[in-house]
Design a protein around this ligand. Sequence first.
Ligand code: ZN
Length: 466
Amino acid sequence: MNADRASVLWAAQAWLPDGWQQNVLLRMGRDGCWAEVTPGVVQPPAGALVIDSPLVPGLVNAHSHAFQRAFAGLAERRESESDDFWSWRERMYRVALRVNPAQLRAIAAQLYMELLQGGYTQVCEFNYLQHDTDGRPYADPLTLSWALADAADAAGIGLTLMPTLYERAGFAQSALRDDQRRFAMSAASVWAAASEIAASGRPRVSAGLVIHSLRAAAPASIKQLHDLAQGFAGPIHIHVAEQQAEVDDCLAATGARPIEWLVREGLLDARWQLVHATHSQRSEIDAVARSGAGVVICPSTEANLGDGLADLPGWLAAGVPITIGSDSHVTRDWREELRWLDYGQRLARRQRNVSAAPQSGQPSTAERLFGLATRSGAAAAGAPAWAPAWGLVVGARADALVADPQEPAILGVPNARWLDAMVFSSPVRPWRDVMVAGRWVIQGHRHQQTATIAQEFGQAMAELWA
Ligand code: ZN
């Protein structure tokens, strides 16, 4: 593949919303979105770029805290009697308190390049790192947000940048702890920041809103942000029910479980994305399904942190939109996330292919999960601002992935089982070619900025961990 920008592609096999299709012609518009997607075109037209391996859409990474990439692999020693989410958080805060804008940009650029290599073409930044190390706003209060946007631009990934309502240390506290001073943001400041991001006109950057969690924001502030966002079309993300302790504290403070509280207050709609939603009950799942809200599951991070297992079969059966996120970035490849999404259930239930649905014509675990994560991506990323859909479909941004046909995991595998092998036969190398908005940002496994980005990341890591 050599064209940096080809406006017509032809793939012998491509993943469209209804599954694999043969002989697919894809034409890009000047806006970087798909203008035509037509299967069954037997001959590639003259001038079309012929894709020699199945073509699949890039996926939305629906949950990221970019600065935590600086911490991946560095929290894997237990130095006290027990280690859980809360002790991990203490160590994570130490990084959060030190990182400066230049370091954040370097860390995020490395992360975003790796996410592209791992098959994500859009990342949703759940960004609660806002202020200077002493807790005071920067001269430009959005300095750290722009560091993330600059990193996304350098790597070439799409970015949903989401400032975070964060104002208290817990259900029973009215203020933040001193080590949370960089996170402080009111409903009004979140709304102002999101409005400024939306108006910035940066290419491939859109705005979303975040409520850190019910423990970190007072009900009145959540309702205030909800009111400000009445006409807002972008996504609204919240960490919810990740830890049993959070569920217990929420019950004690409000008389309701976290998801139950969001439902009871009438807040949820199709813009809302419930991140983790690990500890849920059947009635909560049914209520979320009725609201149209989605859930974002982060299998590798939830495993790394010992959070527990989401009720994946329950969410699937209820028809709730599901996306995945790499969250703390202990892995940066959606194939590994999808694999562990089902493996967790297999280990717990002593069954295989838990996510498959042969009764509805979906016997492939990988295809069902990948199709769902693709379809659900638009809402999680707030796509309507620039394209109404996600995937290889007219109107969606022209993002696509191509693997090397010589990849051992897929060598000799029938094309119909290609996605099964990509997810469940590991390791698989990073994607060979990655397209974002009609431009190849990775070609032949090569990202043009690799050397610079890696050098700056290495320097930032050395500064942080010296
Ligand atoms: Zn998170």
